[in-house]
Design a protein. Structure first.
Ligand code: BDR
Ligand code: CA
Length: 312
């Protein structure tokens, strides 16, 4: 089977970086058409630079595009207190050789989806949804060309990680999330209920460290930094690897449990802004717009990640 064409839309971010590595290591299954950066964990100038650094480290010649620097309606918020001031603290920053493309990320997404020879494309957003929603708003004709959107964002039973109600990616741009979740295309959403199970314990990180290649070493470096905040916050044995769950789902959907349900986004209340109201028990007759991923074979995930990082 031909590899599935994807666009990864991200805000690296240590866990976004690992998601990129996992996808870059999987050319038999995934054809990465481009990487689009958005402001999120750190400002846009750093997320696009970090995405290009990951291409250099992985020796991947992929086009990287810079997108939206601000959310659609609200003021930008970032997360240096988790990811460090570079977004990828834990490794040394360098000026990447991978160039930044001239085209705006939103134009790249629209042009790629509308291009005649391209089969429907899967979008993989691992940051705030500003680029994707802007592309949909600007040119709704792209919608039939979207195969699926596999998103890291949201929370149900787990509660929020940036506010009591909201997960970071959705909180940063809830208006964009509202547009994307109601766009009518198949959506799989990986929220904190799932990603908080995917803990990078010392043993799991040590296995990656034994691989002895530049990408594995960068992964260990970044996770070692990423570790400190979440392990203290959650008293957990390792930090959750949120964003790579999206790529793992494309590679091994059988590792995941999902349920079709309505997910609606709070865009009005300041108290619960960005909350994902997940109708898990179908207590409303709102349309089932999302496949909500709520469980994962965690050891299977780390086996997959380790096996793929060994390829570099
Ligand atoms: C999400 O927010 C960011 O901090 C991570 O990169 C991830 O995409 C988790 O809430
Ligand atoms: Ca992210």
């Amino acid at each position: 089977m031909a590899p599935r064409p994807i666009i990864i839309d991200c805000d690296p971010g240590q866990d976004d970086a690992v998601a990129l590595f996992l996808a870059m290591a999987s050319p038999d299954e995934l054809e990465i058409l481009g990487i689009t950066a958005v402001a999120g964990n750190v400002p846009l100038a750093l997320t696009e630079r970090n995405a290009r650094m990951m291409c250099d480290l992985a020796n991947s010649q992929l086009p990287v595009f810079a997108g939206c620097a601000e959310p659609m309606v609200r003021d930008a918020i970032s997360a240096e207190y988790i990811h460090g001031e570079t977004g990828i603290n834990g490794i040394d920053v360098f000026e990447p050789k991978t160039p930044l493309q001239d085209e705006h990320a939103v134009d790249f997404i629209i042009d790629t989806l509308l291009s005649k020879d391209t089969v429907p494309v899967t979008l993989v957003p691992t940051g705030p949804l500003t680029n994707i929603a802007t592309a949909i708003e600007r040119n709704p004709a792209i919608l039939p060309h979207i195969e699926e959107i596999v998103i890291m964002g949201g929370a149900m039973r787990e509660g929020g990680n940036r506010t009591p109600s909201a997960e970071f990616n959705i909180l940063v741009d809830p208006h964009a999330a509202d547009i994307v979740l109601n766009c009518g295309r198949p959506i799989t959403l990986m929220g904190l209920d799932l990603t908080h199970k995917v803990l990078s314990t010392e043993e799991r990180v040590a296995r990656i460290g034994e691989l002895n290649n530049a990408v594995a070493d960068a992964t260990v470096g970044m996770l070692s930094f990423f570790h400190r905040y979440d392990t203290e916050k959650y008293s957990s044995q390792g930090t959750p690897l949120h964003d790579p769950c999206t790529v793992a789902y494309l590679l091994r959907p059988e590792l995941f449990k999902t349920k079709d349900c309505n997910v609606s986004i709070e865009t009005e209340s300041e108290l619960t802004m960005g909350h994902t109201a997940v109708d898990f028990w179908h207590v409303t007759d709102r349309p089932r717009n999302v496949s909500w991923a709520f469980d994962i074979d965690v050891d299977g995930f780390y086996d997959l990640l380790t096996e793929r990082l060994a390829r570099f």
